[in-house]
Structure formats: structure tokens, C-alpha cells
Write a protein that binds this ligand. Structure first.
Ligand SMILES: Nc1ncnc2c1ncn2[C@@H]1O[C@H](COP(=O)(O)OP(=O)(O)OP(=O)(O)O)[C@@H](O)[C@H]1O
Ligand SMILES: [Mg+2]
Length: 309
């Protein structure tokens, strides 16, 4: 079953087209990721599907409702973790949860029980009576996640849920999101952490300039877009090495900062060459989602795009 259906979705601000004809289907029970550089149009896409801003053209269907027309009914069955926390700073942790829960008609014992459960889920029971301003950034993020789940949503939309969190807090959020998936909840999230996307997402779309550049499971995206082995090289003279050896021995090379990335199906010749160069440091590893992301949205592609205009 399709939970989100976007067709030709377009959003313009003035003369800027920030979402540019997106077609997407998100299936029930999957974790769907939106990746893309800053300004790619991720938050705008999420705001469009929540009905927070009207599309310039195209159609949006979420949980069977037509958006923005039926956004209110849809939002009753959805949860949202916005990119910027929107907690009430004048309220304590529990007060934030109580207030939000009251919008969904929860009261009495059911409300008490739900709030206790959410505090537990967010590992904030000890902070229940703390003011929002006394929380750390990671605690606020966890509270925002807890708040988004008050109504036991069928769909949770999370805009960078773990940005700025320490590894422990991030792991906790991953665990909670996984347990939501087990119960059949659909998740749509954006992230700049490729490892997070690779671990959590069943499928993802890589977005740039409002367009979907690639769509698929993390594994399929890696297989479709990148050579399977990567050798990263840095050290004195690496640029020279790239020109004389790297480019000859690898299928493709790319320089990012001071590191030369060599992409290849067979890294044996590269590794043999590098063992004779003690001045260069290198690691070799399987290709990752980050490599796909850099290939599709990185500097080389953009130069190619602008020169073709
Ligand atoms: N209300 C607005 N008015 C005008 N331009 C906007 C508005 N909201 C977003 N934009 C522009 O739309 C583009 C996409 O922004 P968006 O917030 O969707 O990016 P993003 O992919 O979420 O980026 P980030 O990773 O930085 O959060 C940007 O160029 C931004 O400046
Ligand atoms: Mg954003």
C-alpha cells in the first residue's frame, strides 16, 4: 500500500524552483530517506507533504488524503519532527507532552499512561519536570521525537532527527525508530549522515536542486552508481601520484580536499603500487552510500552540469 504519492510535485519561490517535478511513492511500513546537500529541497518537500505550504503544481496524496485540501485529517494520523525544534520554552518536559496530547483528545488515565510511556521511550523520565531551556540539544531532540508519537501515528516525518546528537543519543533514536518500523509505522526522514541512511532506510532518494537524482535501496544505489572498491589516499605528493598512478590504476579518481578517492572493481594493482610509497597513507574499503552521494551531488558533476549549459 502506498502511504505517500507525489506526482510532478513542484514548488517555486519567486523565480526559484526549489522542488522540481518530483514523482515518488512511499510504501506502508518502510523507512524512506531523503538525502541531499543543503538547499536541495528536502525540508520543502516535507513541508509540502504535510500541507504546511501549497505546491505550485503537481499532486500530493498522504495516507489516502489529498494534500493540502485534507491536510488536517491527515495530520491527525501523522507525527512530525521538524528540522528546528518547536517545543514550548515556557513549559516543562511533561507539560510539553500534555499540551500536545490534548490536541489529540487524550485525557485522564490514558493521557497519564501515554506521557509516562513517551518519557520512557525518550529516556527523559528523570527530566520530566525540567524546563525545556534546561535540556541539552540532544534531550530536546528526544523530546521532540516523543511528542511526535503522542497520537500513535501511522506515518512519522522526521527532518534531520539526529543532527547534532552524540553517538549514544543517536543510537537511542535509531533503536526507537526501528521499533516503530516493527509495528508497521511508516517513516520518512532526512539526514546528512550517510551511515544513518544506510542503516535505517529501506529505500532512499538522493535529491539535488529539487530533483530526484537516484532512488533505491542503499545496496542497490551503491551497486548501480559506484565501483565496488574504494582506496582513499593522502599524504605529501598525492596530487602527483593521482596524475601518474591513480588515474591509470583506478576506473575513476576524485580529489576531495587533500584526499584522493580511487574507485575500482579491482584494487589489487592500486594497493601493490601504494605499498611502494611509504610517504602516502591509504585505506581501502567497500564503496558506501557516501561515495554515491559525492558522485551524484559532488563538485565534479556540478562542473559538468554548468559547462553543458
Ligand atoms: N519560505 C521560503 N522562501 C523562499 N525560499 C525558500 C523558502 N524555504 C526554502 N527556500 C529555499 O528553497 C531551497 C530549498 O530549501 P530546503 O529548506 O528545502 O533545503 P534542504 O534540502 O532542507 O536543506 P538543508 O539540508 O540545509 O536543511 C533553498 O534554496 C531555500 O533557500
Ligand atoms: Mg532542511
Amino acid at each position: 500500500m502506498t502511504v505517500v504519492r507525489l506526482r510532478g510535485l513542484t514548488k517555486c519561490y519567486g523565480t526559484d524552483t526549489v522542488v522540481d517535478g518530483i514523482d515518488l511513492d512511499v510504501r506502508r511500513g518502510e523507512c524512506f530517506g531523503l538525502l541531499g546537500p543543503n538547499g536541495a529541497g528536502k525540508t520543502t518537500t516535507l513541508r509540502l507533504l504535510l500541507g504546511h505550504t501549497p505546491p505550485t503544481s503537481g499532486s500530493i496524496e498522504v495516507l489516502g488524503y489529498s494534500i493540502p485540501k485534507e491536510a488536517r485529517q491527515m495530520r491527525a494520523r501523522a507525527g512530525v519532527v521538524p528540522q528546528q525544534d518547536s517545543l514550548d520554552p515556557d513549559f516543562t518536559v511533561v507539560e510539553n507532552l500534555y499540551t500536545y496530547a490534548s490536541y489529540f483528545g487524550l485525557y485522564g488515565a490514558a493521557l497519564e499512561a501515554r506521557v509516562a510511556e513517551l518519557l520512557e521511550l525518550a529516556a527523559l523520565t528523570a527530566k520530566a519536570n525540567a524546563g525545556v531551556l534546561q535540556l541539552s540539544g540532544g534531550m530536546r531532540r528526544r523530546l521532540t521525537l516523543a511528542r511526535s508519537l503522542v497520537n500513535r501515528p501511522d506515518l512519522v516525518i522526521l527532518d534531520e532527527p539526529t543532527t547534532g546528537l552524540d553517538p549514544q543519543a543517536r543510537q537511542l533514536i535509531w533503536q526507537r525508530l526501528r521499533s516503530l518500523l516493527v509495528t508497521g509505522t511508516t517513516l520518512i526522514l532526512t539526514t546528512h549522515y550517510m551511515e544513518e541512511a544506510a542503516r535505517l532506510c529501506d529505500r532512499l532518494a538522493i535529491l539535488d536542486r529539487g530533483r530526484v537524482l537516484a532512488l533505491g535501496s542503499p545496496r542497490d544505489l551503491i551497486a548501480a552508481h559506484i565501483e565496488p572498491r574504494v582506496v582513499e589516499v593522502h599524504g605529501p605528493g598525492v596530487e602527483d601520484w593521482r596524475v601518474h598512478q591513480g588515474q591509470r590504476l583506478a576506473t575513476r579518481t576524485e580529489q576531495v580536499g587533500e584526499t584522493v578517492f580511487c574507485y575500482t572493481a579491482d584494487d589489487r594493482a592500486l594497493l601493490a603500487d601504494l605499498t611502494n610509497r611509504p610517504e602516502l597513507w591509504f585505506i581501502h574499503r567497500p564503496a558506501s552510500l557516501e561515495d554515491v552521494f559525492l558522485k551524484l551531488t559532488g563538485r565534479e558533476l556540478r562542473e559538468a552540469e554548468s559547462s553543458s549549459h
